[in-house]
Design a binder for this molecule. Structure first.
Ligand SMILES: NC(=O)C1=CN([C@@H]2O[C@H](COP(=O)(O)OP(=O)(O)OC[C@H]3O[C@@H](n4cnc5c(N)ncnc54)[C@H](O)[C@@H]3O)[C@@H](O)[C@H]2O)[C@H](O)CC1
Ligand SMILES: [K+]
Length: 510
């Protein structure tokens, strides 16, 4: 029986920092704080342990019996501090050591000595205790350097199989700090408290699945320390990106709010263009025209009177529509027949801002080339086809995949999935969206995102801002809709929440 999961979103997206640093960068920040700003390493470790212990007592105030699993590095060192503080508070503490104690060095050795001097004992980890209220994972942090195996894997597997909650220190052991990849096996934490710098691996790959509720402390490291590092990525959320949407002018008319042309909907795939078109309206576009196959244009027209629908039998039928459009979103339900290919060939060379999704991406993969001014929105499978690699390779290092796509195709790339990434041209750093939930893995959610990004571009946002704000609005709408449950969430539920979110009315029910 799996233990209860703290399936809560970030405690307060607005409070967590937006800068994300790779493990190597955090180690440099650590060293700078120690060597240049005179903060002793053991002081940082004591602060880390103290923060972790405060989180522990706040989240599980009734926990009396703690079991701390300690590794041989400084992550284990943090664990010794937690153990010492818990014993001083009168809690029943068992500290189980993995790896040879005589390998414990530096600050971790000092922390171990302080724990022993206060009467603490350590035991070799030969198995998990039958009864404990809470586990602390102090096995591995940013020093993970190979897949977890042997007794370490056994301990983590046993930890994941038991019911008591688990607090992970810095990062769940076994999870790669930079990529969020599980190396062998990783701790499924109920909560994680991370130090000094948030890591991309807490948000991309399996990060959101394994970290549980996320807490953070900069350990009072001097702010100047951070000036030495350009973050590897920026964490974005709707709380921050919503500032990109200017209030609507009192004198606005529909022509001021942009005209989106959605191109797609081959026979049998009309739903995709309907979702994209409706999303564009709900995200604030003034006018939306759907250019779709003659076979179902009439039905679409009747079904949503705010949407203008034009039957397009031949690429020449697009010309007048393209002239009137501010932004073109192409791909939803486009298909790869001659009909779809003809429309793609006509649109891809136009100077208009483009949002390129679904089958238009697959057609781009067949004849790659840089774009005029586009936002590409691939899911991992489409990204793999665009780069000629496997989906597993994309998912193994999502930030690297997004960077390769942006380098090869130019413009702005949105790599969808858990921890959607927005990667534009240098010098801006890539962005990782921390909003969203697994309920959004549902048919048509991508079509909704296409419409949202196109609508924001049509309202005047530059490509990268439209992509960042669009990804976050889409994800926040998904979170808003998920208040009624993630399972059974469908694309039209996301659309239903767009209007409230884009007007800052988060308490309005979907
Ligand atoms: N700057 C900060 O964020 C602070 C970090 N602190 C804590 O220190 C760890 C990083 O410590 P480090 O010693 O570099 O690495 P780890 O403790 O993660 O472990 C490395 C240790 O484990 C061995 N090892 C690596 N991979 C494996 C494996 N798969 N199986 C078994 N053993 C493995 C490796 O050889 C090392 O011996 C950071 O996460 C924070 O928790 C500071 O305490 C506060 C400031
Ligand atoms: K850990």
């Amino acid at each position: 029986m799996r233990r209860a999961r703290l399936n809560r979103p970030l405690p307060d997206g607005g409070r967590l920092p937006h800068a994300l640093y790779r493990a190597e960068q955090v180690r440099r920040l650590d060293r700078l704080a120690i060597e240049r700003f005179g903060v002793p390493g053991i002081e940082l470790m004591n602060r880390a342990g103290a923060v972790a212990y405060r989180v522990l007592r706040a989240r599980w105030p009734n926990a009396r019996r703690l079991t701390i699993l300690a590794g041989t590095g400084n992550n284990g060192g943090d664990g010794y501090v937690v153990a010492r503080l818990a014993r001083a508070d009168g809690l029943d503490v068992r500290l189980l050591q993995l790896g040879e104690v005589d390998r414990v060095r530096g600050e971790a050795a000092l922390s171990l000595a302080a724990y022993r001097d206060a009467g603490g004992i350590i035991e070799d980890c030969l198995g998990l205790p039958r009864e404990t209220d809470l586990y602390v994972d102090a096995l591995l942090g940013t020093g993970l350097e190979r897949p977890v195996a042997g007794r370490w894997a056994g301990a983590i597997t046993a930890l994941n199989a038991q019911r008591a909650p688990v607090l992970a220190l810095d990062i769940p052991s076994g999870l790669h700090a930079d990529t969020g990849r599980v190396l062998g096996v990783a701790v499924r934490a109920s909560a994680t408290v991370s130090f000094i710098g948030l890591k991309p691996g807490l948000f991309v790959g399996a990060g959101a699945e394994y970290r549980g509720e996320l807490h953070f402390s900069a350990l009072d490291v001097p702010a100047q320390v951070y000036a030495s590092e350009i973050p590897a990525a920026a964490r974005i959320d709707w709380a921050r990106e919503s500032r990109l949407l200017a209030p609507r002018s009192r004198m606005a008319h529909k022509g001021d709010c942009g005209h989106v042309l959605v191109v797609g909907g081959a026979p049998g795939m009309s739903g995709a263009v309907r979702l994209a078109g409706e999303s564009a309206l709900r995200a604030g576009a003034g006018l939306v025209t759907i250019a779709t196959h003659p076979r179902h244009a009439d039905w679409l027209n009747l079904d949503r009177p705010e949407l203008m629908v034009s039957a397009v039998a031949h690429p020449d039928d697009l010309e007048a529509l393209i002239e009137r459009a501010d932004v073109i979103a192409i791909g939803p339900g486009l298909g790869r027949t001659d009909w779809g290919r003809g429309l793609w060939a006509r649109v891809r060379t136009r100077p208009h801002p483009l949002v390129v999704d679904a089958d238009a991406l697959n057609l781009l993969a067949e004849s790659p080339g840089p774009g005029p001014d586009w936002v590409l929105t691939p899911h991992p499978g489409e990204a793999a086809r665009l780069l000629g690699v496997t989906t597993a390779e994309i998912e193994s290092d999502r930030l690297a995949g997004a960077q390769r796509l942006q380098t090869r195709f130019g413009g702005v790339v949105v790599l969808k999935g858990a921890g959607s990434i927005v990667h534009g041209p240098a010098p801006r750093v890539p962005a990782v969206c921390s909003d969203g939930n697994p309920g959004m893995a549902t048919a048509g959610a991508g079509d909704v995102l296409t419409g949202v990004i196109a609508a924001l571009r049509a309202q005047g946002l530059e490509a990268e801002d439209a992509a960042r704000a669009g990804v976050c609005l889409h994800a926040a709408a998904g979170d808003h809709a998920a208040r009624a449950g993630e399972r059974g969430l469908i694309a039209t539920d996301i659309i239903a929440s767009l209007r409230a979110l884009s007007n800052g009315l988060t308490e309005v029910d979907p």
